[in-house]
Design a protein around this ligand. Structure first.
Ligand SMILES: Nc1nc2c(ncn2[C@@H]2O[C@H](COP(=O)(O)OP(=O)(O)O)[C@@H](O)[C@H]2O)c(=O)[nH]1
Ligand SMILES: [Mg+2]
Length: 197
């Protein structure tokens, strides 16, 4: 079995997970790196089904030879099937909005994912951070300590106080996690490499 790196994109609905996941996949495809995307439903990543070549029951080929598959069975089975059939170096996954990231780690451990092969990218939308803090604090409290990297995105539209507030919230729950500030539409290769680390 090959030993792919799994990149999890976590955060609230609308925070920018899919956007960053697709940018990362395109970057990998350009670097001729084999990658797979796991989604709950194909429609979720917003790529027209017609642009995707069906390769099997629930696997499609998308840009640059990346494959995309649905989480039709358990996460363990999906990953086993992927690694058995495709020589993927990276698996990119956006857990469903309601999923508690904590609940993902046990099944991932079962399929042999060591900590160094797992990168949990937590994305925080600074333009909505006040609202998140007020009503979704338990989610922040359970997610941010588990992050390997915290991304504050939308720097093209956020105000300076919103950015400061976002960083303060991340630091409140995790004093050591690296923080990366991005505009997803102007990502540098270095920023993507940080996400893949
Ligand atoms: N201006 C701006 N918009 C962004 C950025 N990242 C994501 N978005 C927008 O935020 C919205 C939600 O993004 P999406 O990736 O679907 O979020 P998800 O629900 O977490 O998967 C979309 O309209 C994106 O175009 C960013 O860095 N800057
Ligand atoms: Mg999404």
């Amino acid at each position: 079995m090959n030993n792919p790196k799994l990149i999890l994109f976590t955060g609230f609905l609308g925070s920018g997970k899919t956007s960053l996941l697709l940018k990362t996949a395109r970057h990998l495809a350009q670097q001729q790196k084999q990658c797979a995307i796991i989604v709950n439903e194909v429609g979720e990543i917003g790529i027209d089904n017609l642009q995707m070549k069906k390769m099997g029951y629930d696997v499609w080929e998308i840009f640059g030879g990346c494959v995309c598959c649905t989480l039709a069975v358990s996460l363990e089975e999906t990953i086993e099937k992927l690694t058995a059939n495709y020589a993927v170096e990276y698996i990119l996954m956006e857990p469903s909005g309601a999923a508690d990231p904590k609940a993902l780690f046990q099944p991932l451990k079962h399929c042999g994912f060591a900590k160094e092969n797992l990168n949990n990218v937590f994305i925080l939308d600074p333009t909505r951070v006040e609202m998140f803090e007020a009503v979704l604090e338990p989610y922040l409290e359970s997610s941010i300590p588990l992050a390997d990297i915290a991304v504050i995105n939308k720097i093209d539209v956020a105000t300076a106080p919103e950015l400061e507030k976002s960083e303060a919230i991340i630091r409140k729950y995790n004093q050591t996690v690296p923080v990366l500030k991005i505009n997803v539409n102007e990502l540098s290769d270095n920023q993507i490499e940080e996400i893949l680390k």
